[in-house]
Design a protein around this ligand. Structure first.
Ligand SMILES: Cc1cc2nc3c(=O)[nH]c(=O)nc-3n(C[C@H](O)[C@H](O)[C@H](O)COP(=O)(O)O)c2cc1C
Length: 191
């Protein structure tokens, strides 16, 4: 796929089926993250690629929020973690989450290119995640990425809204609301 196709194809699908995740796939994903830019080239991103039991089962059974029950069909869960002092802090501007977010985007797009679904989630218990995969207290769990193969039949735990999102991409705000050229316009930015 070219980049336009990858961007158009990427979706946060919730109906997943099993796919074998090899170390080669993990290396492709990690390499995509590795080449992303970061402040002073600090590379504050850290990932645990959880693909085997008991760790994967424990994450599914103990760490997910109720609304993320669909993620029990994940073939891999990527735990994204970092901490503030791994990256630039310039007065009140704190950069680690920005840089880790870019690395996560690279992983999500590369996974799409490999015909996988890579769905980021914030609905989980960070403390449980830390305990299960052995991440020290001082780190922040920024997000999880649920990885699997897209299944065309809908996952039976999905809510009505979640089923709608499987069918059509959730609505985006129009370009005019966030794309400014030369000047940010008062009548839009004040709303
Ligand atoms: C930081 C972040 C947190 C998210 N948390 C959840 C979540 O907990 N559960 C979920 O089902 N989807 C979650 N999503 C997915 C979004 O709902 C989804 O990306 C959005 O609705 C747009 O749909 P699309 O990605 O298919 O275009 C999250 C996405 C991001 C970036």
């Amino acid at each position: 796929m070219n980049l336009d196709e990858i961007i158009e194809t990427r979706r946060a699908f919730r109906s997943l089926k099993y796919v074998d995740i090899t170390e080669k796939i993990i290396d492709h994903l990690a390499h995509a993250a590795q080449l992303m830019p970061s402040c002073f080239n600090n590379q504050p991103w850290r990932f645990v690629f959880v693909k085997d039991n008991p760790f994967l089962e424990q994450l599914k059974n103990e760490a997910l929020s109720q609304g993320n029950a669909w993620a029990k069909h994940a073939s891999m869960i990527i735990v994204i973690f970092s901490k503030k002092n791994l990256d630039c802090i310039i007065k009140d501007r704190i950069y680690y989450q920005f840089d880790v977010g870019m690395a996560a985007a690279a992983i999500i797009l590369k996974a799409t290119d490999l015909n996988l679904v890579a769905h980021p989630i914030a609905g989980f218990s960070p403390n449980k995640v830390k305990k299960i995969v052995n991440i020290p207290e001082k780190y922040d769990i920024i997000a999880l990425i649920i990885v699997g193969k897209r299944k065309l039949e809908f996952n039976d735990v999905l809510s009505k809204g979640q089923i709608e999102s499987e069918k059509i991409r959730p609505k985006r705000i129009p370009l005019e609301k966030f794309r400014f050229i030369n000047l940010a316009l008062d009548e839009i930015t004040k709303k």
